[in-house]
Design a protein around this ligand. Structure first.
Ligand code: SAM
Length: 259
C-alpha cells in the first residue's frame, strides 16, 4: 500500500534536500540560503535550473539524471506530490537535486540576482481567469528577472492552447528571443530522431502530461530567453478558452475568450 499524506509529510521534514518555506513560515523563519545555494548546498558552481510547479518533480529528477553537471530545484506548494520526486532523488543518491516547498509568488525571496540559469514550467495551470496568476505573465516574469541570469532560458511544456497562445503573445509583444516552438511536440521533426539530446529531454513525461496525452491532446513546447533590459508589457489580446477546462465556468460566465 502507498504511504499516506502524514507519513509523506514526516519524510519530507526529515529529507536533507527538501526546504519547506510556504508564506506562513518564511516571514517567521528567514531563508538564509538566498545567494548561497552553490556554496551551502550543492557545493559546486554548476548552473542552477528551477522547475516551477513541479508536482512530482519528473523534470527535476529526469534532468538531474541526464545532466550531472547542472543543479536542479523543484518548486511546488504541494508536499505530498513533491514527495515522489524527493524520495526518488534520495534513493538514487542524486547529489544535484533539491526541492523547495513554497508559493511561487514569493520565489524571488529564495534566490539572489543571477543565481538561476534556467526555468522549466511544466503543465502549469493556465489560470484563464486571472492574468497575475499565470506563470508567464509580467507579474511572474518580473519576479524571475530578479534572480535569472541575463537572457536566462525559460521552457514551457503544456497541453493548454490558452497558456501557449498567451505566452506566444507575451514573447512577441516584448521581443523576447524565441529559440524553439512547436504546437505538436510528439509529431514534430525532433520526435523522428530519438537519439538526440533534444529528444531525451522532451521525452520526459510528467504525471499531468500523461493524463492529457491519454485524452488525445497535443503537447506544446516552447523555449525562449528573458533579457534583463526593457520594461515588460502585458499583451492586450483576447484568447479562446480551453474548452475542456473551462466548460462549466464559461457557460456560467458566458465567456469564451479571456485576456
Ligand atoms: C497542473 S499541476 C502540474 C504538475 C507537474 N508539473 C506535472 O506536469 O505533472 C500544477 C502544479 O503547480 C503547483 N502550483 C500552481 N500554482 C502554484 C503556486 N502559485 N505556488 C506553488 N505551486 C503552485 C500545483 O501545486 C501543482 O502541483
Amino acid at each position: 500500500m502507498g504511504k499516506g499524506k502524514l507519513a509523506k509529510f514526516a519524510d519530507m521534514a526529515s529529507y536533507p534536500h527538501v526546504f519547506e518555506y510556504p508564506y506562513s513560515v518564511v516571514d517567521e523563519v528567514p531563508f538564509d540560503m538566498k545567494g548561497r545555494w552553490h556554496e551551502d548546498f550543492f557545493r559546486n558552481d554548476h548552473p542552477i535550473v528551477l522547475e516551477l510547479g513541479c508536482g512530482r518533480g519528473e523534470y527535476t529528477v529526469g534532468l538531474a539524471r541526464l545532466y550531472p553537471d547542472k543543479n536542479f530545484i523543484g518548486v511546488d506548494i504541494k508536499g505530498a506530490r513533491m514527495w515522489t520526486g524527493a524520495t526518488e532523488a534520495l534513493r538514487e543518491g542524486l547529489p544535484n537535486v533539491a526541492f523547495l516547498r513554497t508559493n511561487i509568488e514569493i520565489i524571488d525571496r529564495f534566490f539572489a540576482e543571477g543565481e538561476v540559469a534556467e526555468i522549466w514550467l511544466t503543465f502549469s495551470d493556465p489560470q484563464m481567469k486571472k492574468v497575475t496568476k499565470r506563470l508567464t505573465s509580467t507579474f511572474f516574469m518580473t519576479r524571475y528577472r530578479r534572480f535569472l541570469q541575463d537572457r536566462g532560458r525559460i521552457h514551457l511544456k503544456t497541453d493548454s492552447n490558452f497558456l501557449f497562445t498567451y505566452t506566444e503573445y507575451m514573447v512577441e509583444k516584448n521581443g523576447l528571443p524565441l529559440e524553439f516552438s512547436t504546437r505538436d511536440l510528439y509529431h514534430s521533426t525532433w520526435a523522428e530522431h530519438p537519439d538526440t539530446e533534444e529528444a531525451r529531454i522532451l521525452n520526459i513525461r510528467t504525471y499531468y502530461e500523461q493524463q492529457w496525452l491519454d485524452r488525445g491532446l497535443d503537447i506544446k513546447y516552447m523555449r525562449f530567453l528573458l533579457p534583463q533590459a526593457g520594461e515588460l508589457a502585458e499583451p492586450e489580446v483576447e484568447i479562446e478558452l480551453d474548452e475542456y477546462r473551462s466548460y462549466n465556468r464559461s457557460k456560467r460566465s458566458g465567456l469564451s475568450t479571456a485576456k
